[in-house]
Design a binder for this molecule. Structure first.
Ligand SMILES: [Zn+2]
Ligand SMILES: [Zn+2]
Length: 137
């Protein structure tokens, strides 16, 4: 099961202090940021929008902003949830490479298809990372 609290067999690296998880140690997964160790997860941080002091583990990083749970709920409802980019490539392998390299910030590639009546124009579809994770967890 995917959740905000994940147990690892070791190997995860804390995005804040760089510590590597020991076997069985709890790391927190922060959407938009990555994994942080328990100690960094407990650190007080300030929400970029409302200025509330919260623990880092309750943050969600969205479009480069660190948001507390309340602000995240508000932000989630606003803004683009999907993005589409056009890719020029001779085959799907190349198209995939370009599509991944050109992912908009905070978005994840979810689909790639050849445009109708074209041999080298592809349509790459992206979904906002937080929405993607909500759907998949
Ligand atoms: Zn840490
Ligand atoms: Zn806030």
């Amino acid at each position: 099961m995917l959740g905000h609290l994940t147990k690892h067999e070791g190997g995860a690296t804390c995005k804040i202090c760089g510590r590597v998880a020991q076997s069985g140690e709890q790391f927190h997964y922060i959407t938009g940021l990555g994994e942080v160790c328990h100690r960094c997860g407990l650190d007080p941080v300030v929400c970029d929008l409302c200025g509330a002091r919260v623990r880092r583990m309750t943050l969600t990083v969205l479009r480069g902003k660190s948001l507390c749970l309340n602000c995240y709920k508000k932000e989630r409802e606003s803004g683009e949830k999907r993005a589409v980019r056009e890719v020029q490539a001779p085959d799907i392998g190349e198209a995939l490479k370009i599509a991944l390299e050109n992912s908009p910030k905070g978005f994840r590639l979810i689909g790639l298809r050849l445009k109708t009546s074209s041999k080298a124009s592809w349509q790459a579809e992206y979904e906002r990372e937080d929405i993607y994770q909500m759907r998949c967890s």
